[in-house]
Design a protein around this ligand. Structure first.
Ligand SMILES: Nc1ncnc2c1ncn2[C@@H]1O[C@H](COP(=O)(O)OP(=O)(O)O)[C@@H](O)[C@H]1O
Ligand SMILES: [Mg+2]
Length: 286
């Protein structure tokens, strides 16, 4: 189910003194099963792009197509969009509002025509997937959960719908390292099971580890769209654009500067380690 963003522009508060051009003529296609990372400075239009893809706002110009259908055309079935796309906002915990965790997670399942037993199964699966003991957490008030737990409960609510495409807007911001790793591993597993992932992130390490493709926005324009390896190993350009650089890439660069040729395309820890091992064993090819 490809998502096509066709020459999309978005202007906030059009026609007022507060008019802001947030996106200009952005085009991209996301194919089924991709893991796409979106990078760019604050204010470059990442959240705007995601809200347009998710149908929360309409493009000022251009079209968003899902399976070839214009999601903003008259008569487009909005429930279809809600079933297919799940969005996790930067602070999803603010989306919690039901009296119990189970009710909250089941909220998005209302219009799916599932039986009561199926709804419970989905809630159980989603809560267990994000690391909860279903029996223990189901009756608790979401308000009583810790920050990290709230975040996980909110993500469970999005997962429960089993969307084909999961969109994350800076999901690891404010999470501790353990929670961050767990969330990234979860997205990896979901992607391996076929879910398309679109993730806005400032975390170059996480994107290097998981994303297959990277899109870079700058001042509302798409300036890069390509293989993660190619974009994330281009240290010179990343530095010039003041974008994050993954630790393994930085370490590889430091080693090159010291005359150790470790290759120019290292972006992940396991690659760095295996190259170092090769080097120590004297087997590096020039
Ligand atoms: N609700 C809004 N009203 C007016 N301007 C907005 C609104 N939301 C975002 N903007 C502006 O649109 C631009 C893009 O914002 P945003 O998409 O939130 O960027 P990012 O997510 O990359 O930080 C920025 O200039 C921002 O100030
Ligand atoms: Mg944003």
């Amino acid at each position: 189910m490809p998502i096509e963003v066709n020459s999309v522009s978005y202007v906030y508060a059009k026609g007022t003194p507060f008019e802001t051009s947030a996106l200009r003529n952005v085009s991209l296609t996301v194919e089924n099963g991709e893991f796409v990372g979106i990078m760019g400075h604050t204010g470059c239009g990442k959240s705007t792009l995601i809200q347009l893809i998710d149908g929360l706002m309409r493009p000022t110009e251009g079209k968003i197509l899902l399976d070839g259908e214009d999601i903003n055309s008259k008569g487009y079935d909005r429930y279809k969009l809600r079933r297919k796309l799940g969005i996790v906002f930067q602070y999803p915990e603010y989306q919690l509002f039901e009296t119990t965790v189970e009710r909250d997670v089941a909220f998005g399942l209302k219009h799916l025509g599932l039986s009561k037993a199926e709804v419970t199964d989905r809630a159980r699966w989603a809560l267990e997937t994000v690391g909860f003991d279903f029996g223990k957490v189901r009756g608790l008030s979401p308000m009583g959960l810790s920050g990290g737990e709230k975040r996980r409960a909110a993500i469970a609510g999005v997962l429960a719908v089993k969307p084909e495409v999961l969109i994350f807007d800076e999901p690891v911001a404010g999470l501790d390292p353990l929670g961050r790793d767990a969330l990234m591993e979860l997205t990896y597993d979901l992607n391996a099971a076929g879910t398309t992932i679109i993730m806005v992130s400032h975390n170059a390490d996480a994107l290097a580890e998981y994303a297959g493709r990277i899109i870079v926005l700058e001042n509302g324009e798409l300036i890069e769209d390509g293989a993660a390896r190619q974009i994330l190993s281009d240290v010179r350009k990343l530095r010039e654009k003041q974008l994050g650089i993954s630790q393994p890439t930085l370490i590889a660069e430091m080693m090159r500067e010291r005359g150790v040729d470790i290759g120019h395309d290292v972006i992940r820890y396991n690659e760095l380690i295996s190259r170092v091992v090769l080097l120590v064993n004297g087997g590096v090819q020039k």
